[in-house]
Design a protein around this ligand. Structure first.
Ligand code: MN
Ligand code: MN
Length: 502
């Protein structure tokens, strides 16, 4: 039997729509799940993306990628590479597994939302592939993290993180819920593929893979790269969606992009920033987090906004200013609250590392040096107990990161303060004006208590350090500690800390 040429059947195969005769269109595509808003239904017929893959092609390519990733994994396992990996890199890998594994699964839920409720058949087809992609990424993360559990139980947080109330999990779970798992199809396409994947993960995973390679973790680098080719394809769902929404409701499109950008930028300042500026061994650092974001996000992403007729977000200046401070405030906070993390934070403030930080961030010594010096002094005097917090961090009601993590001490341009508001007789506090505004406009987070609010409300089984640790799912073996057991303090015992010497 003669076979049809691909061109003769492809569009029928991927873009066939039903005409409903027994139910209303609204019953099939309810507004809260599809989110078409004021776009005329017929306009979605123009939804188009460039990849145009068929199922047999998809399966063949994915099979190749899968066998490639697992082949490298087993070769690396035989080489016994784990014993030679730097503790700082292992921490970067643990953050990745803890924050990303569950997020890949939630991205799968977002893709499923589009696979069922998106407003054009071509889009729904594309989302089916996207959903299969995200399930594959979840599985890759789970398997790759699992390999190390027998040597280091913190790697179990790849599986466990989102099933706990750990501080970091609560913050990232809230953000990912709002981008991926909760919204209707149109909002998912703009928040997840357009803003989060195209703007953030697709570029930063390239940096992460190169850091992994430099650290000798070929297996991890290969796992990330295997997923990124999928992301590049399914992220294309964002462009046609925003093009159509811009024609009918540019204000809504702009809002979706802006708020997602802000939440992603807050999250990345600790999840990626601390890896790039503090955990990566200094010899392997190619760019600072700020340089990386300036090159890829500030210039490339801003160009993309322009292409689609979008403006720069209203908080652009706050975001750009934050490139100097957020990461350092987060890294300091993470190290200080190290017991509450499921990795071993590297302080990253040896003299050589501080020199690097000042080269990249000229105000670093002025802003963060004195606080680190106080910590160093306590450690050098054998008073390690003074370097642990006595209280919980005060958390932002929107991004759930510590208030102060969007600021810098000793700098009037970024004061350490909260931005409060009162709603229905209750006070809420925010790390920044944009977090306050996003919370107010959407009120999505109205009933989402921070860990501190749960402790105060008596929902955490007590307010002692031990009770809060248990509430966060942190048993003794999981609790974080200094990556090098304070060996880096030795050089300061001979010569006093930087700001004291000055
Ligand atoms: Mn993915
Ligand atoms: Mn994705």
């Amino acid at each position: 039997m003669a076979r049809l040429k691909r061109d003769d059947w492809y569009d029928t195969y991927r873009d066939t729509e039903w005409t409903f005769s027994y139910v209303d269109r609204d019953a099939v595509f309810p507004e809260e799940l599809s989110g078409g808003g004021n776009v005329p239904p017929d306009d979605w017929k123009h939804w188009d993306e460039p990849f145009k893959v068929t199922y047999p092609e998809y399966v063949a390519t994915q099979r190749e990628k899968e066998s490639g990733a697992y082949a490298v994994k087993s070769a690396m396992k035989r080489s016994g590479v784990f014993a030679r990996l730097d503790e700082g890199w292992k921490s970067a890998a643990k953050i990745h597994f803890g924050v990303t594994t569950g997020a890949e699964f939630m991205a799968g839920v977002g893709e499923l939302r589009m696979a069922r409720f998106a407003l054009s058949p071509a889009w729904r087809d594309m989302a089916v592939f996207g959903m299969l992609d995200e399930i594959r990424h979840t599985q890759l993360d789970l398997v790759f993290a699992h390999e190390f559990i027998d040597r280091d139980s913190q790697f179990d947080w790849g599986q466990k993180a989102y099933h706990t109330n750990n501080l970091v999990s609560v913050a990232s779970r809230g953000a990912f819920d709002s981008f991926m798992a909760n919204p209707g199809a149109v909002d998912v396409a703009i928040q997840l593929p357009f803003t989060f994947e195209t703007g953030f993960t697709n570029i930063s995973f390239v940096a992460l893979a190169s850091n992994a390679l430099a650290s000798g973790d070929v297996s991890f680098a290969n796992m990330i790269s295997s997923g990124q080719t999928d992301e590049a394809r399914h992220a294309q769902q964002g462009h046609p969606t925003i093009e159509i929404l811009m024609k009918h409701d540019p204000k809504r499109a702009q809002w979706l992009v802006d708020k997602t950008f802000w939440m992603a930028a807050r999250l990345f300042s600790f999840a990626m920033g601390s890896q790039m500026d503090y955990y990566a061994p200094i010899a392997q650092r190619k760019q600072s987090y700020k340089e990386f974001l300036e090159e890829w996000l500030v210039s490339q992403y801003a160009k993309q906004l322009d292409e689609f007729g979008l403006k720069k977000p209203w908080f652009w200046q706050e975001f750009v200013d934050g490139l100097d401070t957020w990461t350092h405030a987060c890294a300091l906070g993470i190290w200080y609250y190290r017991r509450a993390t499921y990795w071993r934070p590297q302080a990253g403030v040896s003299r050589r590392e501080r020199k690097w930080l000042v080269e990249k961030y000229p105000k670093w010594e002025q802003q963060f040096g004195p606080t680190w010096d106080l910590i160093i002094e306590n450690l050098a005097n054998g008073e390690e107990h003074k370097t642990h917090p006595q209280t919980l961090p005060w958390l932002c009601n929107c991004c759930q990161l510590p208030i102060g993590s969007a600021a810098a001490p000793n700098d009037p341009r970024s004061p350490v303060r909260s931005y409060p508001l009162t709603h229905a007789g209750q006070s809420y506090h925010f790390c920044s004006k944009p977090c306050r505004q996003i919370w107010w406009e959407d009120k999505d987070m109205l009933n989402q208590k921070t860990i501190v609010e749960r402790v105060i409300a008596g929902e955490a089984g007590g307010d002692s350090v031990e009770a809060v640790m248990a509430f966060m799912g942190m048993d003794a073996a999981d609790q974080g500690s200094d990556a090098y057991n304070y060996a880096w303090v030795d050089e300061y015992r001979q010569v006093p800390p930087v700001s004291k010497a000055a």
